[in-house]
Design a protein around this ligand. Sequence first.
Ligand SMILES: O=P(O)(O)OC[C@H]1O[C@H](OP(=O)(O)OP(=O)(O)O)[C@H](O)[C@@H]1O
Ligand SMILES: NC(=O)CC[C@H](N)C(=O)O
Ligand SMILES: [Mg+2]
Length: 479
Amino acid sequence: MINQLVEVDKMEEECGVFGIYSRENNVALNTYWGLYALQHRGQESAGIAVTNGSWMDVSRGMGLVSEVFRHQLPDLPDQHIGIGHVRYSTTGSSSLMNTQPLKVKYSGGHISLAHNGNLTNARVLREKMEEQGSIFQTTIDSEVIVNLIARSRKATLEEKIVESLSQIEGAYCLVIMTEEKLIGVRDPHGLRPLCIGKVKDGFVLSSESCALDTVDAEFVRDVEPGEMVIIDHTGITAERFGDQGNQALCVFEYIYFARPDSIIDGQSVYQARFEMGRTLARQSGLKADIVISVPDSGTTAALGFSYESGVPFAEGLIKNRYIGRTFIQPDQKDRDRSVKIKLNAIKSIVKGKSVIMVDDSIVRGTTSGKIVRMIREAGATAVHMCVSSPPIIYPCYYGIDTSVRKELIAATKSIEEIRDFIGADSLHYLTIEGLATSLKTVQDKKMCYACFNSEYPGSTPCEQHCGGNKFVFEQEGPL
Ligand SMILES: O=P(O)(O)OC[C@H]1O[C@H](OP(=O)(O)OP(=O)(O)O)[C@H](O)[C@@H]1O
Ligand SMILES: NC(=O)CC[C@H](N)C(=O)O
Ligand SMILES: [Mg+2]
């Protein structure tokens, strides 16, 4: 019984990275608060590394930020750089061995590194390095980057990093710490977000701007795709690397991953979700007695749907606030159980009503089938399922754990079969065009829609390992 409760606590998401350079602030504590704000991006493990210029200390553990650092934060006198990570595993198992930040000692000193994203050629690089005698202590792709940096013969740290980046492919936002520097890197596609904030005597790097508010940092700008920013006692400098011609921020950040109070590449996540709901209302033309949302991340789109359609919004489902996110849990048994504990219907709201239920996505179909039944059992006369994203048909290889195509319900079933499977009266998805027009501020930017249309902006692991086929690779075992 105790084990079951513990399992339910371990929800996960997409990794979050955070870094701070400041002499006036307690960097360990600020990193802790920053990670707290990024908790929705990864709930499997958390870690913080700090340095005072002479020593580097790292502390990591399995669980939520508040669980890992329940008793103690890394504690070095005069610490002035800190980095942190919350993990949602996409390569390598969810285990203590694979927690981040990684810390290594090499000929140039110490390096700590935290990574959000997923490399598509990590296995190839690792096998090559192993053949040449390199030793790996984890099974994550991120360790390949650390090894490349440590092995580089270039003279300066910046040159070593750029040389390493020229060898890796896929998605990566990195925060890297040495005894003197805090470095932020965003891959040339810009697949994952990373932004810069300013504190009085230094700078902050964060996956999302919501964490800047938490540590009282002022938003400066996003790190550009293919940009490396270097922060040290002289301030901040930046340099470009790689080919920035094929930029493609992950559109799923706006649909589901990011917090609605974050602004990514100039686009408010809240505004994007609200517009997705409005567009879906226009596209579906649906009317009913009430609009309800599937909390949490379906709520903003449901408000937009209600606003556009004129159908009143009501809270038909209540989410247990002590439960995290379910889609990214590593195990289907956990996901099934979590949905039951997570959501409950309010009978008095839905009884005798025709209901439009809005969620941001159907991935494996774990959530929608159960709650359509729940709303019907609570007395609704009809349940229309509205999804504020297009059907997810193709795997993500860039940091979202949907790399096995057969797990995606829309990859194996038609829309009518999904409607039947979840037991809804009707099922409506936002179109790809509708999604694109909802992203008002970033309409002119190229985004990654690969999970909807299979147009991958870069290489896929399958192409690396299976000779050209995009979809046969399954991420099992190390890398
Ligand atoms: O079809 P499925 O496999 O069930 O996945 C889709 C569901 O998972 C996500 O919610 P999640 O519970 O992860 O997080 P949330 O509380 O932020 O909505 C998403 O918002 C959908 O509700
Ligand atoms: N979701 C992520 O960004 C994961 C980062 C890295 N690939 C890991 O598995 O630890
Ligand atoms: Mg949800």
